[in-house]
Design a protein around this ligand. Structure first.
Ligand code: BES
Ligand code: ZN
Length: 612
């Protein structure tokens, strides 16, 4: 009962700045903890509510060192607090109040889960103070040499906690079902600035000591830190961009639609509840396109194309402020609730801002990727719900993004947009700051939209393989024209006869992906004419390199080498290495040896399995 009250109070406190519509009045029941195969934690016994970090960032040692103080809420009979760790050195654990030293135990290291940390507690333990440091190989952290930054003068530190890497830099209950607020003190070299997924500084300070506060409760995978020679450029009073000086101008220009995007998202699904929304543009080794760290989305610089063509990625990360950060997948098996919803929401923001014709192009590109990936997966890996026990959730299939989005689009088309949008809005409001399982979502859907459920096969979508027959089919006239050109070229029309000059990057990508397998010489004619191997658009370039490698072409090897050694976005480097391993494993291995030191541990871990 106490817990229910606390949660209600907490939810009320969190929505203070905004108004919550009263579509659903009764507070939903607090769900029991569901077993999370990727965490040792037992929050049903003792649960972390607040974290205080005091860390020193040591670039020479590639180490974070200091204390994590975890305030807990425990059952009266709880005997221990169980945490997740990975490669952490624990110096001591003290119990508060009193400061007694705890005889903690660290379990055996599991290659995926790391080590369980068991801390004996007593009935009056309010918090534990853990004195620790990270390993230089910590999975979440990448320590960049100055040469790997834009400025080339200073080192850079960046984190990637999702899915289960937070435990490699903070000892905590690393399951998305445990939310906590946090404060942090971070000490960095004076020339550098620190930022986190929290209230952030906008300028450097003399001492190199930064204070952070995160008053909204977040799950551990949203803990984030970045340290570098950063500059801040505001857009308006609630959003702006952080980046290194050499990229700040280009970044600020590229992402200048951000304030409009926030506004558009709010119009659809309710108030933005995280106070500020800023962007942090990272060095090119950042392993993902973007990461929805609350208040501060982390971004790859490979989306700075110069023409805003890839900014749907901002719409995606922003959308996570509702789907994911507010209503959070309970376990990584329910990952589609984060990414499928977000991909749908992303497409809706894009449609509202840039028009239906444009968003249909992006939907179509998504479906192309989906089909391609489904073709490589066993049928039991193709559902939206995935059993990832025993696997690293970072390596789970990406099919849940577009398949999940298509499922929601089907629900929308079946219910009608207006009814569907009120459903989603109520869903976000009702379950704000809570976690969601697939089963619970289906129950809610059944209650709220019973007529819709009757007309779509929910089970098939969630547990079945492939793309169900009732899937919506995005249509783009522009793409139909591009497909005709691809067909003509494949059948012998010369490269000169194709006029790409007015094509968006999406049309270029679709053109490339629509080409059948051609002889290398045939493709090379396209390259001579359109210089695709030198494209400054990372999506066009990766599509082109992939297509060329599929054809067996080696003329793109220099471009491949450049691409793989100048950025480390996993989505781009993984498929290219996979293809190289098929066509020229010796070249792949040589290249990987050269590129690997520049990649983030997350990318390294994925590629170590592919290139060997
Ligand atoms: N949250 C994800 C990134 C992620 C997922 C990191 C799983 C670790 C484990 C992020 O929102 C995302 O989906 N990024 C995409 C971009 C998006 C537009 C498809 C990416 O990085 O490519
Ligand atoms: Zn996402």
């Amino acid at each position: 009962m106490k817990r229910i009250l606390l949660l209600v109070l907490l939810a009320a406190a969190c929505s203070k700045e905004t108004t919550t519509p009263s579509t659903q009045t009764a507070p939903p029941p607090v769900p029991a903890y569901v077993r999370d195969p990727h965490s040792y934690a037992r929050p049903e016994e003792a649960r972390v509510k607040h974290l205080v970090l005091d860390l020193t960032v040591d670039f020479a040692k590639k180490q974070l060192s200091g204390t994590a103080t975890l305030s807990i809420e425990a059952q009266p009979n709880a005997k221990e607090l169980v945490l997740d760790t990975s490669e952490l050195t624990i110096r001591s654990v003290k119990l508060q109040p009193g400061g007694a030293t705890a005889q903690f135990t660290l379990g055996n290291a599991d290659p995926i889960l790391g080590r369980k940390l068991e801390i004996p507690i007593t009935a009056d333990t309010k918090s534990v103070v853990i004195d620790y440091n990270t390993a230089p190989t910590a999975h979440a952290l990448q320590w960049l040499e100055p040469a790997m930054t834009a400025g080339k003068k200073h080192p850079f530190l960046l984190s990637q906690s999702q899915a289960i890497n937070a435990r490699s830099w903070v000892p905590l209950q690393d399951t998305p079902q445990v939310r906590f607020t946090y404060d942090a003190t971070v000490r960095v070299p004076k020339e550098l600035m620190a930022v986190m997924s929290a209230e952030n500084p906008t300028s450097r300070n003399e001492q190199g000591v930064y204070q952070f506060r995160m008053p909204q409760p977040v799950p551990s995978y949203l803990l984030a830190i970045g340290v570098g020679d950063l500059e801040f450029r505001p857009y308006d009073t609630r959003s702006g961009v952080y980046a290194e000086i050499p990229v700040i101008e280009a970044a600020a220009r590229e992402f200048s639609d951000t304030p409009k995007m926030i506004h558009t998202a709010e119009e659809m699904y309710g108030p933005y509840r995280w106070s500020r929304y800023d962007l942090l543009v990272l060095p090119p080794s950042f392993p993902y396109g973007g990461m929805e760290n609350p208040r501060l989305t982390f971004l790859t610089p490979t989306v700075i194309a110069g023409d805003k063509s890839l900014v749907s990625l901002i719409a995606h990360e922003l959308a996570h402020s509702w789907s994911g950060n507010l209503v959070t997948n309970a376990t990584w098996n329910d990952f589609w609730l984060n990414e499928g919803f977000t991909t749908y929401f992303e497409h809706r923001i894009v449609e509202k801002l840039y028009g239906r014709e444009y968003s249909e192009m992006l939907w179509t590109l998504g479906v192309t990727d989906l089909k391609e990936e489904l073709a490589t997966l066993a049928p039991n890996k193709q559902g939206l719900y995935m059993d990832l026990s025993g696997e690293n959730p970072d390596d789970g299939p990406g099919t849940v993004y577009e398949k999940g989005a298509l499922f929601l689009r089907l629900l929308e088309e079946t219910a009608g947009r207006e009814k569907w949008d009120s459903f989603l809005r109520a869903y976000f409001d009702t379950f704000a700051f809570q976690s969601m399982t697939t089963t619970r979502f289906v129950e809610y859907l059944n209650t709220a939209l019973p007529d819709v459920v009757k007309r779509v096969n929910v089970k098939e979508w969630i547990y079945g393989s492939g793309i169900p027959a009732n899937a919506p089919q995005p249509k783009s006239e522009a793409f139909a024209r591009v497909e005709a050109q691809a067909k003509a070229f494949a059948e012998g029309a010369p490269a000169e006869s194709i006029d790409m000059s007015k094509w968006s990057s999406h049309e270029r990508v679709h053109f490339i992906q629509s080409l059948p397998n051609l002889y290398p010489e045939h493709l090379e004619a396209l390259d001579r004419h359109f210089h695709l191997s030198e494209s400054g658009n990372s999506e066009v370039l990766s599509a082109w390199l992939e297509k060329s490698l599929d054809s067996g072409s080696k003329s793109v090897f220099p471009a491949v080498e450049r691409f793989l050694t100048t950025q480390g976005r996993r989505k781009f480097v993984r498929p290219i290495f996979e293809k190289l391993m098929k066509t020229d494993p010796a070249f792949a291995k040589r290249l990987y040896e050269k590129a690997r030191p520049g990649y983030h541990p997350v990318t390294q871990a994925t590629l170590d399995e592919i290139v060997r």
